[in-house]
Design a protein around this ligand. Structure first.
Ligand SMILES: [Zn+2]
Length: 125
């Protein structure tokens, strides 16, 4: 059986999120400043770009301030979850496809439905 997670490229997932989230340019989610520098990549997720804001001197990354940040599932699982939601799969079917238990799948779809603006853009594109 094919595991769909193996077909998904983390780098592409982050590219997709960056293209949607920063479509009007990168800005600091803490203070809104666009004066920033790139500051390497996340220690555990090598495709997750980090930034340092010159306005407030705080750090952020591609996922800061979105529902995709700070969860234990990798980004590709969230992206696939969005994709399956777009196909109107039930939480049970999504759980099956992604090898999650039903509670985890429900937790994710709930988060995504209540998500922030970048995620709504993801869902509608
Ligand atoms: Zn800032």
């Amino acid at each position: 059986m094919v595991n769909i997670q193996n077909l998904i490229d983390d780098a592409k997932c982050f590219e997709t999120v960056r293209a949607l989230r920063w479509s009007d340019g990168i800005f600091c989610p803490h203070c809104g400043s666009a004066r920033l520098i790139k500051r390497g990549f996340d220690d555990t997720q090598p495709d997750r770009q980090r930034y340092r804001c010159h306005g407030c001197a705080r750090d952020f990354d591609d996922l800061t301030g979105t529902v995709l940040a700070g969860h234990h599932q990798p980004l590709r699982v969230w992206i696939l979850c969005l994709y399956f939601m777009g196909l109107n799969l039930s939480n049970r079917q999504i759980a099956q496809e992604l090898g999650l238990n039903k509670d985890d799948a429900q937790h994710m779809t709930t988060h995504l439905r209540q998500g922030l603006e970048p995620i709504r853009k993801l869902l509608s594109s």
